[in-house]
Write a protein that binds this ligand. Structure first.
Ligand SMILES: Cc1cc2nc3c(=O)[nH]c(=O)nc-3n(C[C@H](O)[C@H](O)[C@H](O)COP(=O)(O)OP(=O)(O)OC[C@H]3O[C@@H](n4cnc5c(N)ncnc54)[C@H](O)[C@@H]3O)c2cc1C
Length: 470
């Protein structure tokens, strides 16, 4: 009998498998697609020689992940590359606010009236990322934090909506930066804990930066898989798990799937019938003949560029999506990997990664709205487009069964689910079946390529494995 079977070879599934294998347990992973990686892959989506990341591209919580930092992933080919600036947020007048590695440079870019407020906001957390990340990247009811004072400070600032955090600032630049960071969870800015999302991205920039992986995001699962195989783990691809009986007998089954898929496969009936899925995205991967011609000089040096002039504009786009409407002027999260890693495109050419938000299950086409936004801040952008690959909610859902209705967060960031997902439980990775565990981004700490859901789920599973071995 195997110690564990993992269903799904995304970053969380692979991390869970690695954590068990490195402790001497026998593990096999079963992945539905013909390649591993889930939301961290790299593919030639447009033209020969252009290597695109269809899903994740930028990894602030990856480089800052306590799980990844404890693994020898560099030995297995993962190399983080840092852009000159982690993030720029351009404005229509050609200026930009930036998230730099340095707090000082960031504060200065926000303008004199808000620089001090920004310093005071981030100062209590400086040098504390590693402990804070351990404390916040797990279930809220799980055990005692290592640094309760810093965690409480983070909670006080972050649990209220980002609009409350923004009320500390006097001008638009700081507000737009924080709103843009909070928007990564695709929820209205008035939502509880949206402040924590913004603060996490900001603190991550100052702690370890917002890097990309050399060669593409696929390098992350590839490194995890390389290490897993060296520890004796096995991976089977092209193997969609439909029932537990499809799998070899094991002491624990760890699902890197949506909660509803887990319930269906493991025969847990309506265990997660109250789980809610959230909005989606409209993703465009571009092959470009040159770099994006941003009017803002800072945007031309940044790995990530947020496009949405004011916090109010960003809030409006998020509200539209939440209410089931496609936004007229979508807020865009964009990444320009070839500025930092030219190996991903033929010489002199570039790849560009952009998405706006869209309602769950929406079947329209957001390309014109996305490009109209880009033209406002980078006139001439369209002239550089050699090819584009688009994916709206149905295509995203078809690429990965976890994205129910195209929900790239695998669960909406609203109500009780914001803090207690997939449902209120002391160990959120456990289920009503003692041998069945959930490790996907539907569990804390949620979306992103950081492996922390897998790391935490593996801890829950190995207690069970040890008991049943005895
Ligand atoms: C457009 C987009 C942009 C993103 N940008 C970023 C970013 O820049 N930075 C970042 O950190 N994160 C980003 N993310 C989010 C990130 O990709 C996910 O949060 C992350 O991949 C979640 O990891 P996971 O292991 O939980 O699940 P996934 O990566 O989704 O992996 C789940 C795996 O399980 C497999 N699977 C599902 N059901 C079955 C089954 N029945 N049998 C077998 N296998 C199954 C799937 O095929 C998949 O390979 C982005 C996501 C999208 C879609």
């Amino acid at each position: 009998m195997l110690d564990a079977v993992v269903i799904g070879a995304g970053p969380n599934g692979l991390t869970a498998a690695v954590e068990l294998a490195r402790r001497g347990m026998s593990v096999e992973v079963f992945e539905a697609r013909d390649t591993i990686g889930g939301g961290a892959r790299t593919e030639e989506l447009t033209l020969p020689g252009f290597r695109h990341d269809p899903c994740s591209a930028v990894h602030p919580t990856g480089i800052g992940s306590p799980a990844f930092r404890a693994l020898p992933l560099e030995r297995y080919g993962l190399e983080w590359l840092h852009p000159e600036l982690p993030m720029a947020h351009p404005f229509p007048d050609g200026s930009a606010a930036v998230l730099a590695r340095s707090v000082g440079e960031t504060a200065r870019s926000l303008g004199v009236r808000d620089a001090g407020t920004y310093r005071r906001l981030v100062e209590p957390f400086r040098g504390k990322w590693d402990t804070l990340a351990r404390d916040m990247m797990r279930g809220v009811l799980e055990g005692f934090p290592r640094d309760p004072v810093t965690l409480a400070r983070f909670g006080l600032a972050g649990v209220p909506p980002v609009t409350v955090l923004n009320s500390r600032f006097r001008d638009e630049k700081a507000r737009a930066v924080l709103a843009g960071c909070a928007a990564h969870v695709i929820h209205p800015l008035s939502g509880i804990a949206t402040g924590a999302i913004a603060l996490t991205f900001v603190l991550a920039a100052h702690a370890y930066g917002w890097p990309i992986a050399r060669g593409g995001s696929q390098a992350i699962p590839d490194a995890l898989a390389g290490y897993l195989r060296d520890q004796g783990g096995e991976i089977h691809t092209d193997y969609e798990v439909k029932r537990l009986d499809d799998l070899p007998p094991a002491r624990a089954y760890i699902f890197d799937t949506s909660p509803t898929a887990l319930a269906r496969i493991a025969g847990l009936g309506n265990a997660f019938s109250r789980y809610r899925y959230g909005p989606s995205a409209f993703k465009i991967d571009y092959a470009l003949s040159g770099p994006v011609p941003w009017t803002s000089e800072a945007a031309r040096r940044a790995g990530t560029v947020h496009v949405g002039p004011t916090a109010a504009d960003i809030g409006r786009a998020l509200r539209d999506v939440h209410q089931g409407r496609a936004p007229e002027r979508p807020f865009l999260i964009t990444s320009q990997p070839t500025l930092t890693d030219p190996s991903r495109a033929p010489e002199g050419k570039h790849t560009f990664w952009a998405y706006g938000h869209a309602p769950n299950g929406w079947t329209g086409n957001l390309t014109d709205a996305v490009e109209a936004q880009l033209e406002r801040f980078a006139p001439g952008f369209r002239d550089l487009v050699l090819a584009r690959a688009t994916a709206g909610p149905p295509e995203l859902a078809a690429r990965n069964a976890n994205y129910v209705g195209g929900d790239i967060g695998v669960g909406s960031f609203s109500g009780l689910q914001t803090l207690l997902r997939p449902k209120p439980r002391r160990i959120p990775y456990a289920t009503s079946h003692p041998a069945v565990f959930l490790c996907s981004s539907a569990t804390p700490p949620g979306g992103g390529v950081h492996g922390m859901c897998g790391h935490n789920a593996a801890r829950a599973a190995w207690r069970r494995i040890r008991e049943t071995r005895r």
